[in-house]
Design a protein around this ligand. Structure first.
Ligand code: GLU
Length: 419
Protein backbone atom coordinates (compact mmCIF):
# COMPACT_ATOMS: atom_id res chain seq x y z
CA UNK A 1 0.00 0.00 0.00
CA UNK A 2 1.09 3.57 -0.57
CA UNK A 3 1.87 5.42 2.62
CA UNK A 4 3.68 8.67 3.10
CA UNK A 5 7.28 8.00 4.06
CA UNK A 6 9.04 10.76 5.95
CA UNK A 7 12.76 11.15 5.37
CA UNK A 8 14.90 8.44 7.02
CA UNK A 9 14.47 9.51 10.56
CA UNK A 10 13.95 7.89 13.94
CA UNK A 11 10.19 8.19 13.49
CA UNK A 12 10.35 6.78 9.94
CA UNK A 13 12.27 3.81 11.36
CA UNK A 14 9.62 3.33 14.05
CA UNK A 15 6.95 3.43 11.32
CA UNK A 16 8.89 0.86 9.26
CA UNK A 17 8.91 -1.51 12.20
CA UNK A 18 5.18 -0.92 12.68
CA UNK A 19 4.54 -1.57 8.96
CA UNK A 20 6.38 -4.90 9.15
CA UNK A 21 4.11 -6.03 12.00
CA UNK A 22 1.00 -4.66 10.26
CA UNK A 23 1.88 -6.81 7.21
CA UNK A 24 2.14 -9.96 9.34
CA UNK A 25 -1.17 -9.19 11.09
CA UNK A 26 -2.87 -8.20 7.83
CA UNK A 27 -4.05 -4.95 9.41
CA UNK A 28 -6.66 -3.00 7.43
CA UNK A 29 -5.51 0.11 5.62
CA UNK A 30 -7.68 2.30 7.86
CA UNK A 31 -6.10 0.87 11.00
CA UNK A 32 -2.62 1.36 9.58
CA UNK A 33 -3.25 4.97 8.72
CA UNK A 34 -4.43 5.62 12.24
CA UNK A 35 -1.84 3.68 14.23
CA UNK A 36 1.24 4.80 12.29
CA UNK A 37 0.60 8.47 13.10
CA UNK A 38 0.96 10.56 16.24
CA UNK A 39 -2.18 11.59 18.12
CA UNK A 40 -0.98 14.90 19.53
CA UNK A 41 2.26 16.79 20.03
CA UNK A 42 3.05 19.81 22.13
CA UNK A 43 6.21 21.88 21.51
CA UNK A 44 7.06 24.55 24.05
CA UNK A 45 9.68 27.29 24.15
CA UNK A 46 10.13 28.69 27.61
CA UNK A 47 12.46 31.07 29.46
CA UNK A 48 14.51 30.23 32.54
CA UNK A 49 16.54 32.71 34.57
CA UNK A 50 20.09 31.36 34.96
CA UNK A 51 22.32 31.79 38.01
CA UNK A 52 24.17 34.64 36.28
CA UNK A 53 20.94 36.64 35.91
CA UNK A 54 20.62 36.05 32.16
CA UNK A 55 17.62 34.35 30.56
CA UNK A 56 17.89 31.26 28.38
CA UNK A 57 15.04 29.95 26.24
CA UNK A 58 14.67 26.16 26.14
CA UNK A 59 12.66 23.96 23.79
CA UNK A 60 10.66 21.06 25.20
CA UNK A 61 8.24 18.44 23.92
CA UNK A 62 5.42 16.18 25.05
CA UNK A 63 4.02 13.78 22.47
CA UNK A 64 1.14 11.29 22.76
CA UNK A 65 1.28 8.60 20.13
CA UNK A 66 -1.89 6.69 21.05
CA UNK A 67 -4.20 6.60 24.07
CA UNK A 68 -6.70 3.91 23.02
CA UNK A 69 -5.76 1.56 25.88
CA UNK A 70 -5.48 4.10 28.69
CA UNK A 71 -3.67 7.25 29.83
CA UNK A 72 -0.50 8.25 27.98
CA UNK A 73 2.65 6.91 29.69
CA UNK A 74 6.31 7.51 29.05
CA UNK A 75 9.48 9.21 30.12
CA UNK A 76 10.86 12.72 29.96
CA UNK A 77 14.46 13.05 28.86
CA UNK A 78 16.97 15.86 29.08
CA UNK A 79 19.32 15.44 26.14
CA UNK A 80 21.29 17.91 24.05
CA UNK A 81 19.92 17.97 20.50
CA UNK A 82 16.60 16.31 21.38
CA UNK A 83 14.11 16.95 18.58
CA UNK A 84 10.48 16.28 17.74
CA UNK A 85 11.29 13.41 15.39
CA UNK A 86 13.09 11.44 18.11
CA UNK A 87 10.34 12.14 20.64
CA UNK A 88 7.69 10.94 18.18
CA UNK A 89 9.60 7.69 17.61
CA UNK A 90 10.02 7.09 21.34
CA UNK A 91 6.34 7.90 22.02
CA UNK A 92 5.32 5.26 19.47
CA UNK A 93 7.69 2.75 21.10
CA UNK A 94 5.97 3.44 24.44
CA UNK A 95 2.57 2.53 22.97
CA UNK A 96 3.90 -0.85 21.85
CA UNK A 97 5.91 -1.35 25.06
CA UNK A 98 2.89 -0.83 27.32
CA UNK A 99 0.78 -3.01 25.05
CA UNK A 100 3.19 -5.95 24.74
CA UNK A 101 3.28 -6.34 28.52
CA UNK A 102 -0.48 -5.66 28.81
CA UNK A 103 -0.39 -2.43 30.81
CA UNK A 104 -3.55 -0.29 30.52
CA UNK A 105 -1.70 2.67 29.01
CA UNK A 106 -1.09 4.50 25.79
CA UNK A 107 2.32 5.78 24.71
CA UNK A 108 3.97 9.15 25.30
CA UNK A 109 7.41 10.70 25.43
CA UNK A 110 8.84 14.11 26.03
CA UNK A 111 11.79 16.09 27.20
CA UNK A 112 13.95 19.15 26.77
CA UNK A 113 16.80 19.87 24.39
CA UNK A 114 19.43 20.46 27.08
CA UNK A 115 22.60 18.93 28.46
CA UNK A 116 21.61 18.66 32.14
CA UNK A 117 25.26 18.47 33.21
CA UNK A 118 25.76 22.03 31.96
CA UNK A 119 23.21 23.45 34.45
CA UNK A 120 23.53 24.01 38.20
CA UNK A 121 21.08 22.20 40.48
CA UNK A 122 19.26 25.48 40.99
CA UNK A 123 18.93 26.05 37.23
CA UNK A 124 17.87 22.45 36.69
CA UNK A 125 15.10 22.81 39.26
CA UNK A 126 13.83 26.05 37.74
CA UNK A 127 13.94 24.63 34.24
CA UNK A 128 12.12 21.50 35.35
CA UNK A 129 9.39 23.42 37.17
CA UNK A 130 8.84 25.78 34.25
CA UNK A 131 8.81 22.89 31.75
CA UNK A 132 6.32 21.00 33.95
CA UNK A 133 4.11 24.10 33.98
CA UNK A 134 4.30 24.41 30.18
CA UNK A 135 3.18 20.80 29.62
CA UNK A 136 0.81 20.71 32.63
CA UNK A 137 -2.23 20.96 30.37
CA UNK A 138 -1.51 17.37 29.27
CA UNK A 139 -0.38 15.85 32.59
CA UNK A 140 -2.48 14.10 35.24
CA UNK A 141 -3.15 10.63 36.69
CA UNK A 142 -5.99 9.95 34.23
CA UNK A 143 -4.38 11.63 31.25
CA UNK A 144 -0.62 11.45 31.04
CA UNK A 145 1.90 10.19 33.60
CA UNK A 146 5.56 11.08 32.94
CA UNK A 147 8.56 9.15 34.34
CA UNK A 148 12.37 9.37 34.26
CA UNK A 149 14.41 8.69 31.15
CA UNK A 150 17.88 9.74 29.93
CA UNK A 151 19.23 12.67 31.95
CA UNK A 152 16.33 12.76 34.44
CA UNK A 153 15.89 10.97 37.76
CA UNK A 154 13.77 10.65 40.91
CA UNK A 155 14.60 14.23 41.95
CA UNK A 156 13.37 15.55 38.61
CA UNK A 157 10.13 13.64 39.10
CA UNK A 158 9.72 15.02 42.64
CA UNK A 159 10.00 18.59 41.27
CA UNK A 160 7.45 17.83 38.56
CA UNK A 161 5.03 16.21 41.00
CA UNK A 162 5.40 19.18 43.34
CA UNK A 163 4.80 21.67 40.52
CA UNK A 164 1.65 19.87 39.32
CA UNK A 165 0.49 19.66 42.96
CA UNK A 166 1.05 23.39 43.57
CA UNK A 167 -1.13 24.17 40.56
CA UNK A 168 -3.84 21.84 41.85
CA UNK A 169 -3.75 22.97 45.47
CA UNK A 170 -3.23 19.43 46.75
CA UNK A 171 -0.69 16.62 46.32
CA UNK A 172 -1.21 14.69 43.10
CA UNK A 173 1.31 11.93 43.63
CA UNK A 174 -0.07 9.72 40.83
CA UNK A 175 0.70 12.38 38.20
CA UNK A 176 4.31 11.18 37.83
CA UNK A 177 6.15 7.89 38.46
CA UNK A 178 9.77 7.17 39.30
CA UNK A 179 9.53 9.50 42.30
CA UNK A 180 11.55 9.11 45.50
CA UNK A 181 9.92 6.61 47.89
CA UNK A 182 9.31 9.42 50.42
CA UNK A 183 6.81 11.16 48.14
CA UNK A 184 4.79 8.24 46.79
CA UNK A 185 7.50 6.44 44.83
CA UNK A 186 7.52 2.65 44.73
CA UNK A 187 10.03 0.31 46.29
CA UNK A 188 11.96 -1.38 43.49
CA UNK A 189 11.14 1.23 40.80
CA UNK A 190 14.67 2.61 40.75
CA UNK A 191 16.30 -0.52 39.33
CA UNK A 192 13.20 -2.14 37.80
CA UNK A 193 14.36 -1.67 34.20
CA UNK A 194 17.65 -3.44 34.96
CA UNK A 195 15.80 -6.13 36.89
CA UNK A 196 13.54 -6.75 33.90
CA UNK A 197 16.57 -6.99 31.59
CA UNK A 198 18.06 -9.51 34.01
CA UNK A 199 14.92 -11.68 34.27
CA UNK A 200 14.61 -11.79 30.47
CA UNK A 201 18.28 -12.53 29.89
CA UNK A 202 18.07 -15.48 32.28
CA UNK A 203 14.85 -16.71 30.65
CA UNK A 204 16.35 -16.43 27.15
CA UNK A 205 19.50 -18.31 28.20
CA UNK A 206 17.27 -21.08 29.54
CA UNK A 207 15.25 -21.22 26.33
CA UNK A 208 18.38 -21.26 24.17
CA UNK A 209 19.88 -24.11 26.24
CA UNK A 210 23.12 -22.21 26.45
CA UNK A 211 25.28 -24.48 28.51
CA UNK A 212 28.31 -22.27 29.07
CA UNK A 213 29.46 -22.93 32.61
CA UNK A 214 29.45 -19.23 33.41
CA UNK A 215 27.84 -17.14 30.67
CA UNK A 216 29.74 -13.92 30.05
CA UNK A 217 28.24 -10.48 29.52
CA UNK A 218 29.26 -7.15 27.98
CA UNK A 219 27.17 -4.11 28.91
CA UNK A 220 27.28 -1.02 26.72
CA UNK A 221 26.33 2.00 28.85
CA UNK A 222 26.80 2.19 32.59
CA UNK A 223 23.87 4.47 33.48
CA UNK A 224 20.79 3.62 35.54
CA UNK A 225 19.79 0.59 33.48
CA UNK A 226 23.28 -0.67 32.53
CA UNK A 227 24.74 -0.54 36.03
CA UNK A 228 21.71 -2.22 37.66
CA UNK A 229 21.76 -4.92 34.97
CA UNK A 230 25.48 -5.58 35.43
CA UNK A 231 25.04 -5.95 39.19
CA UNK A 232 21.92 -8.11 39.03
CA UNK A 233 23.35 -10.41 36.33
CA UNK A 234 26.48 -10.84 38.45
CA UNK A 235 24.31 -11.71 41.45
CA UNK A 236 22.54 -14.27 39.25
CA UNK A 237 25.87 -15.99 38.58
CA UNK A 238 26.87 -14.54 35.19
CA UNK A 239 30.28 -12.97 34.60
CA UNK A 240 30.23 -9.34 33.46
CA UNK A 241 33.52 -8.92 31.62
CA UNK A 242 33.12 -5.48 30.04
CA UNK A 243 31.20 -2.25 30.47
CA UNK A 244 31.40 1.12 28.76
CA UNK A 245 30.16 4.68 29.06
CA UNK A 246 30.20 7.55 26.58
CA UNK A 247 33.92 8.12 27.13
CA UNK A 248 35.38 4.62 27.06
CA UNK A 249 35.18 0.94 27.95
CA UNK A 250 36.90 -1.49 30.31
CA UNK A 251 37.44 -5.23 29.96
CA UNK A 252 38.53 -8.00 32.30
CA UNK A 253 37.97 -11.56 31.02
CA UNK A 254 37.96 -12.82 34.61
CA UNK A 255 35.00 -10.58 35.47
CA UNK A 256 34.73 -6.99 36.69
CA UNK A 257 34.71 -5.97 40.35
CA UNK A 258 31.59 -3.81 39.97
CA UNK A 259 31.70 -2.25 43.40
CA UNK A 260 35.27 -1.05 42.91
CA UNK A 261 34.36 0.10 39.40
CA UNK A 262 31.44 2.15 40.75
CA UNK A 263 33.77 3.82 43.26
CA UNK A 264 36.27 4.51 40.49
CA UNK A 265 33.53 6.04 38.37
CA UNK A 266 32.36 8.33 41.17
CA UNK A 267 35.88 9.69 41.57
CA UNK A 268 36.96 9.79 37.92
CA UNK A 269 33.64 10.57 36.27
CA UNK A 270 33.88 7.56 33.94
CA UNK A 271 34.86 3.89 33.79
CA UNK A 272 38.12 4.40 31.83
CA UNK A 273 41.40 4.03 33.72
CA UNK A 274 40.00 1.40 36.10
CA UNK A 275 43.05 -0.41 37.51
CA UNK A 276 41.50 -3.87 37.76
CA UNK A 277 40.69 -4.00 34.03
CA UNK A 278 42.09 -3.07 30.66
CA UNK A 279 40.88 0.02 28.78
CA UNK A 280 39.38 -0.89 25.42
CA UNK A 281 37.69 0.97 22.63
CA UNK A 282 33.91 1.43 22.84
CA UNK A 283 33.47 -0.34 19.51
CA UNK A 284 35.67 -3.24 20.63
CA UNK A 285 33.23 -3.94 23.46
CA UNK A 286 30.56 -4.77 20.89
CA UNK A 287 32.86 -7.35 19.29
CA UNK A 288 33.90 -9.25 22.42
CA UNK A 289 33.32 -13.04 22.35
CA UNK A 290 30.69 -12.97 25.10
CA UNK A 291 27.52 -14.97 25.58
CA UNK A 292 25.29 -11.94 26.11
CA UNK A 293 25.53 -8.38 24.83
CA UNK A 294 23.40 -5.76 26.57
CA UNK A 295 23.27 -2.44 24.69
CA UNK A 296 22.04 -0.13 27.46
CA UNK A 297 23.31 3.24 26.23
CA UNK A 298 21.17 5.03 23.67
CA UNK A 299 19.63 4.74 20.19
CA UNK A 300 21.31 3.42 17.03
CA UNK A 301 24.39 1.86 18.56
CA UNK A 302 24.37 -1.34 16.49
CA UNK A 303 23.87 -0.66 12.80
CA UNK A 304 24.91 -2.19 9.48
CA UNK A 305 28.30 -0.53 10.02
CA UNK A 306 29.21 -2.68 13.04
CA UNK A 307 26.66 -5.52 13.32
CA UNK A 308 29.11 -7.98 11.74
CA UNK A 309 31.47 -7.48 14.69
CA UNK A 310 28.96 -8.80 17.22
CA UNK A 311 29.92 -12.27 18.49
CA UNK A 312 27.36 -12.65 21.28
CA UNK A 313 24.68 -15.32 20.97
CA UNK A 314 22.05 -13.28 22.76
CA UNK A 315 21.33 -9.56 22.70
CA UNK A 316 19.05 -8.09 25.34
CA UNK A 317 18.26 -4.65 23.94
CA UNK A 318 18.05 -2.58 27.12
CA UNK A 319 18.20 0.84 25.41
CA UNK A 320 15.28 1.96 23.25
CA UNK A 321 16.05 1.49 19.52
CA UNK A 322 19.68 0.48 20.14
CA UNK A 323 19.61 -1.67 16.98
CA UNK A 324 18.81 -0.35 13.51
CA UNK A 325 16.48 -2.38 11.23
CA UNK A 326 19.49 -3.32 9.07
CA UNK A 327 21.35 -4.61 12.13
CA UNK A 328 18.25 -6.61 13.09
CA UNK A 329 18.31 -8.37 9.73
CA UNK A 330 22.06 -9.05 9.72
CA UNK A 331 22.04 -10.44 13.26
CA UNK A 332 18.88 -12.46 12.73
CA UNK A 333 20.43 -14.04 9.60
CA UNK A 334 23.37 -15.10 11.74
CA UNK A 335 21.09 -16.66 14.35
CA UNK A 336 21.74 -14.16 17.12
CA UNK A 337 18.74 -14.26 19.47
CA UNK A 338 17.24 -10.84 20.28
CA UNK A 339 15.09 -9.75 23.19
CA UNK A 340 13.80 -6.51 21.61
CA UNK A 341 13.69 -3.14 23.38
CA UNK A 342 9.93 -2.85 23.90
CA UNK A 343 10.05 -6.08 25.87
CA UNK A 344 13.63 -5.94 27.19
CA UNK A 345 13.37 -2.63 29.03
CA UNK A 346 9.69 -2.80 29.94
CA UNK A 347 10.58 -3.46 33.60
CA UNK A 348 10.78 0.31 34.12
CA UNK A 349 7.27 1.07 32.96
CA UNK A 350 5.86 -2.06 34.62
CA UNK A 351 7.15 -0.79 37.98
CA UNK A 352 5.83 2.67 37.04
CA UNK A 353 2.42 1.06 36.63
CA UNK A 354 2.75 -0.46 40.12
CA UNK A 355 3.73 2.95 41.49
CA UNK A 356 0.69 4.62 39.89
CA UNK A 357 -1.62 1.90 41.25
CA UNK A 358 -0.13 2.28 44.75
CA UNK A 359 -0.48 6.09 44.61
CA UNK A 360 -4.10 5.86 43.48
CA UNK A 361 -4.90 3.49 46.33
CA UNK A 362 -2.56 5.16 48.85
CA UNK A 363 -1.52 1.66 49.83
CA UNK A 364 2.11 0.69 49.40
CA UNK A 365 3.80 -2.64 48.75
CA UNK A 366 7.09 -4.10 49.89
CA UNK A 367 9.88 -4.50 47.37
CA UNK A 368 9.48 -8.26 47.27
CA UNK A 369 5.89 -7.89 46.07
CA UNK A 370 6.97 -5.43 43.37
CA UNK A 371 9.72 -7.76 42.15
CA UNK A 372 7.49 -10.84 42.19
CA UNK A 373 4.75 -9.11 40.19
CA UNK A 374 7.35 -7.68 37.79
CA UNK A 375 8.78 -11.14 37.24
CA UNK A 376 5.34 -12.56 36.58
CA UNK A 377 4.29 -9.94 34.02
CA UNK A 378 7.58 -9.76 32.13
CA UNK A 379 8.09 -13.53 31.97
CA UNK A 380 4.56 -14.07 30.69
CA UNK A 381 5.18 -11.43 28.01
CA UNK A 382 8.47 -13.12 27.04
CA UNK A 383 6.72 -16.43 26.38
CA UNK A 384 3.85 -14.69 24.54
CA UNK A 385 6.41 -13.12 22.22
CA UNK A 386 8.40 -16.34 21.88
CA UNK A 387 5.30 -18.35 20.94
CA UNK A 388 4.25 -15.75 18.39
CA UNK A 389 7.77 -15.76 16.97
CA UNK A 390 7.76 -19.55 16.58
CA UNK A 391 4.15 -19.87 15.39
CA UNK A 392 4.26 -17.05 12.87
CA UNK A 393 7.89 -17.68 11.90
CA UNK A 394 8.95 -14.13 12.50
CA UNK A 395 11.88 -12.70 14.44
CA UNK A 396 11.43 -11.72 18.09
CA UNK A 397 11.08 -7.99 17.36
CA UNK A 398 8.35 -8.51 14.79
CA UNK A 399 6.63 -10.95 17.16
CA UNK A 400 6.65 -8.37 19.97
CA UNK A 401 5.23 -5.76 17.60
CA UNK A 402 2.59 -8.17 16.28
CA UNK A 403 1.23 -8.74 19.79
CA UNK A 404 1.45 -5.08 20.76
CA UNK A 405 -0.05 -3.67 17.57
CA UNK A 406 -2.85 -6.24 17.54
CA UNK A 407 -3.93 -5.26 21.05
CA UNK A 408 -4.03 -1.56 20.19
CA UNK A 409 -5.87 -2.32 16.94
CA UNK A 410 -8.43 -4.37 18.90
CA UNK A 411 -8.96 -1.48 21.33
CA UNK A 412 -9.49 0.88 18.41
CA UNK A 413 -11.99 -1.48 16.79
CA UNK A 414 -14.14 -2.05 19.87
CA UNK A 415 -14.11 1.63 20.78
CA UNK A 416 -15.01 2.66 17.25
CA UNK A 417 -14.30 5.97 15.56
CA UNK A 418 -15.78 9.05 17.25
CA UNK A 419 -18.28 10.63 16.51
N1 GLU B 1 11.53 6.01 30.31
C1 GLU B 1 11.25 4.64 30.54
C2 GLU B 1 10.99 3.90 29.24
O1 GLU B 1 11.46 4.30 28.20
C3 GLU B 1 10.13 4.45 31.56
C4 GLU B 1 8.79 5.02 31.17
C5 GLU B 1 7.77 4.98 32.30
O2 GLU B 1 8.02 4.41 33.33
O3 GLU B 1 6.69 5.57 32.08
O4 GLU B 1 10.40 2.87 29.22
Amino acid sequence: MAVEVRSQSAFATAQRRFDAAADVIGLSEDQRLLLREIKRELVVHFPVKLDNGRVRVFTGYRVHHNISRGPAKGGLRYQAGLNLDTVRALAMLMTWKCSVVSLPYGGAKGGVDVDPRALSTNELEHMTRRFATEIALLIGPERDIPAPDLGTDAQTMAWIMDTISMHSGHSVTASVTGKPVDVGGSEGRHEAAGRGVTYLTLEALKYLHIEDETPTVAVQGFGKVGSATARLLTEAGLRVVAVSDSKGAVHNPKGLDLEALEEHRQVRGGVSGFKKAEDIDNQDLLGLPVTVLVPAATENQITEANADRVRARLITEAANAALSPEADRLLNDRGVFLVPDILANSGGVIASYFEWVQDLQAFFWEEEEVNTKLHHIITRAFYDVLHTSVNKRVDMRTAAYVIAVQRVANATTVRGIYP
